[in-house]
Design a protein around this ligand. Sequence first.
Ligand SMILES: [Zn+2]
Length: 510
Amino acid sequence: MNKFYITTPIYYINDVPHIGHCYTTIAADIVCRYKRLCGFEARFVTGTDEHGAKMEAAAKAHGESAQEFVDKMSQTFSQAWRILNISYTDFVRTTDPRHIASVNEIVNILYKKDLIYKSKYEGLYCVGCEKYLSEKDLDENGNCPYHKTKPVVQSEENYFFRLSNFTQEILNKILNGEIKIEPEERKNEIVGKIKLGLDDISVSRAALEWGIPLPFDKSQTLYVWIDALISYLTGIGYSDDKELFNAFWPCDIHLMAKDILWFHAVIWPALLMGADLKLPKTIYSHGFFTIEQNKMSKSLGNVISPDDLVNKFGVDATRYLTVTLIPFGPDGDISWQGLISKYNSDLANNLGNLEARVLRLAEQNFDSVLAQTEQDLSLAQKTADLLNASFFGEMESLHLHKAAESLQKAITLINQQIEKDAPWNLAKTDKAALAKCLWSYLQAADIIAICLIAFMPETSQKIWSLNGANGSINEAAQKYFKDKKIVAQEFSPAGAQLSKSQILFPRIKA
Ligand SMILES: [Zn+2]
């Protein structure tokens, strides 16, 4: 079986999860579920980054020990992912012993190859980023461009990684596509920055207790970023299941927000080359979003949590809306108003209405059983053609919002056919024609359910069973996804018991 491996960042847990974490995680889940339907054996790793100075400070602020604090915070993440039906295969905590074992193994390899060495360093450090910044990283006011705060001058005797050794090799690999960075404009930014030259980076901290001690010098702990990146190896068995590891490494897609692209596109490949490991295939960074044109922040009180979303929209609609409201890749703006209006138009009015009216007509006129009917698959085939032409291609390119758009177009196509047929009039004049229409709508709606699985797993399953469709929806999807081609057929057989009409997505008042 073909293998597929995708990751989200190992989230830094000095605060509870918000819509930004949800965005990346739901997107990764949709891609992973899609790949499984395409016949891949897929692994999906997420987790929590639990070390570092910021974590120690946050624990202190809560009056807790660092361990107590990270145990509690890590759970808020795993809990959110359970609620959002995230199908990860491993959740790595960087305080796990198996992760510490991976870190020790990698760091020892680099040290033995003299890629890690001891030296004195003085530099500008941003505590918010947990990283040293060079002059060229700063904005026009001399501040960290992300935190808008002045970095502090920090001087330490540290261990350094010879990042500079890899400058040309990384540049070449990015330019020849061996390291694929998406989207293109961010790749160009990275290339421009590498061309300015790469300095060796400090990879350890003295006098910081809350971290993984270096195996060859316990007075220093590993820099939290290096620690976190290595979780991508831990999550597929690097330290405890080499067979699994060899089957799934290299990673197919590392998914992340743009602020941490540098670590993934430059430092991570250099560490991997240093450790003689293969490089990830695609590094995909999505944009930041603002909430009603403002940066999301606690002080502004505009932080949107996974609970807020699920309480308002339910699980499946939250999954759908989070990844489709703005294009996947560039920056965008999110508002409650925008979420509600997309919910109403895509889910309540388009998809929900389709299901409700077809089932209602079947219920009112045929007691929810279309016993004998002439079979016309032309609408289902048109639906399939539309999706075959756009849906699969967009999914393959990770254009999730466009894949969802093509689903909406397909739903609209079916609804337009219903308007044209005006089956509510046929109810009075021609029951045989009505049955034929309803049967054809059902087969088309079943195709929608099949393509919707990765986005809305529970809703898809529900539509499939409401429509009395045969067999398992997952098996039906696997059959077509393998070839990226859906062929219309009788999914909901004549004579099947349909469910009574119900409202899948109640309209929400703006
Ligand atoms: Zn910063």
